[in-house]
Design a binder for this molecule. Structure first.
Ligand SMILES: Cc1ncc(COP(=O)(O)O)c(C=O)c1O
Ligand SMILES: N[C@@H](CCCC[NH3+])C(=O)O
Length: 432
């Protein structure tokens, strides 16, 4: 995503000065915020289902399994929606494995990515009998072989290719350049297949690629898949059948008026075209695209503080609830819920955390706000609550899912006691 925090006015300033709807998925957001308090992460189940259905439609006729990237939003209800729709999961830790299984996602629909899988995590995934390990280093391949041998099982694995493609996204979420830590070069991968006999407890017959997140054009996907498909052909010609190709995730969403996203039909058409010669299974790992636009963060104005250049709009949400603006200078639309005052004002929109980086937007044109106003920060369904922390000893915010006029609390607001659970006052000492 282009750096967006220095808020140049969007093309359509009307949008910046309007109010957001007071109803979401048939639920009155004012009443919800009054009942559950703020900050509050809110997700529309209907919006998530609509995305799943659209992706399904685009994939019609393909032997494809969608493995939702759990890291985007890993609460039990969201994972449960994915499970209910027959999706699998892309996980990156034993914690995500546990969450996915508990939410009812069958192990045989789970793929495991990540450069730092520990032996214990590999053991847990082997014991669960997951679908596939997406391997990112020779050391990991060797570890997997040893751990599978110890259990007398055959692990299914893919090699994650680093195609050295520029995903044209923010540097911090780009994963497919040679200098990034992810995947291995084609040369390295070639060596693995040549030495496949050395790893008798690993069935290495898959290719995986994931070049980054919030990708807004189809060309980087095409480039990456061309490399993957050429490699598939080479391997198959050399006697190494490839049973599955995992194209990762990365499809971007609209955070801001004017963002040009790739239509899911075009994305899938590019995959179909690039992998037309592949007659095995297709795996996809979308995260953000399935959930981002289904979520909003409700927050109240604590106060309006005069500033040297413009007023600060101080919210009760902070960078610990939504880290994206401070981490990536990411733009999120902000709007009053339901009704807006007629006059507008430019604000620096900030949270209460003791860092200047705790800023949601700079120089943002908004309807004039007053203490107690309910605002909505939009497009927070992905990488919002799942990246939250308790920094500044701010308990984790509640999360609620809406569905056709009803709501269910997925996580109640963390209590102070829960926030410090597991901490001790160092009152019990052991001899080292
Ligand atoms: C291996 C892998 N797969 C899938 C995803 C999901 O990405 P996105 O949320 O952009 O679809 C990620 C995160 O970028 C990832 O690292
Ligand atoms: N956390 C990032 C996305 C990371 C993708 C993980 N592979 C974001 O909010 O944009």
């Amino acid at each position: 995503m282009p750096p967006a925090a220095a808020d140049t006015p969007p093309a359509n300033e009307e949008q910046a000065t309007g109010a957001a709807p007071a109803m979401l998925d048939g639920v009155d957001l004012h009443a919800l915020a009054a009942r559950l308090g703020t900050p509050l992460h809110v997700y529309s189940a209907g919006a998530i289902r609509a995305r799943i259905a659209a992706l399904r439609e685009a994939l019609a006729g393909l032997d494809a399994l969608v493995c939702y990237a759990a890291k985007a939003n890993s609460n039990r209800a969201v994972l449960g929606l994915m499970a209910g729709a027959g999706l699998g999961a892309d996980i990156v830790s034993a914690g995500e494995l546990w969450r996915a299984l508990r939410a009812g996602i069958p192990a045989r629909r789970i793929v495991f990515s990540g450069v730092g899988k520990t032996a214990a995590e590999i053991d847990a995934a082997l014991d669960a009998d997951i679908l596939r390990f997406n391997l990112e280093s020779r050391d990991e391949l060797e570890t997997l072989d040893r751990r599978a041998a110890a259990r007398g099982v055959l692990a299914r694995a893919a090699v994650r290719i680093n195609p050295d493609v520029d995903a044209l996204t923010h540097a911090k979420i780009s994963t497919g350049r040679a200098e990034n830590k992810f995947g291995v070069s084609l040369d390295e991968a070639r060596g693995w297949f040549a030495a496949a006999g050395t790893y008798p407890h690993v069935r290495l017959d898959g290719l995986h690629v994931h070049i980054g997140s919030q990708i807004l054009s189809v060309e980087p996907f095409r480039q990456a898949l061309r490399h993957v498909d050429a490699f598939r052909r080479e391997l198959e010609a050399g006697g190494h059948p490839i049973r599955s190709i995992d194209v990762g995730g990365g499809l971007g969403v609209r955070y801001r008026a004017g963002d040009r996203t790739v239509a899911v039909a075009d994305y899938v058409a590019a995959i179909r075209e690039a992998l037309a010669g592949h007659d095995g299974r297709l795996l996809l790992e979308p995260g953000r695209w399935l959930v981002a636009e289904a979520g909003v963060l409700l927050t109240r104005v604590v106060r309006v503080k005069p500033g040297a250049t413009r007023p600060f709009l101080v919210l009760d949400a902070a960078m610990n609830d939504l880290a994206r603006p401070s981490l990536y200078d990411a733009w999120h639309d902000i709007a009053p819920v339901g009704a807006a005052r007629a006059d507008a004002e430019r604000y620096d929109v900030v949270g209460p955390v003791c860092e200047t980086g705790d800023t949601f937007a700079r120089d943002r044109l908004l309807p004039r706000c007053a203490p107690g106003d309910l605002l909505m920060i939009r497009t927070t369904g992905a990488y919002g609550a799942s990246m939250a922390s308790t920094y500044n000893s701010r308990p984790l915010a509640a999360e609620v899912v809406l569905d056709g006029g009803r709501y269910a609390v997925v996580r109640r607001r963390q209590s102070f006691e829960e926030m410090v659970a597991g901490e001790t006052a160092a009152d019990h000492w052991e001899n080292a």
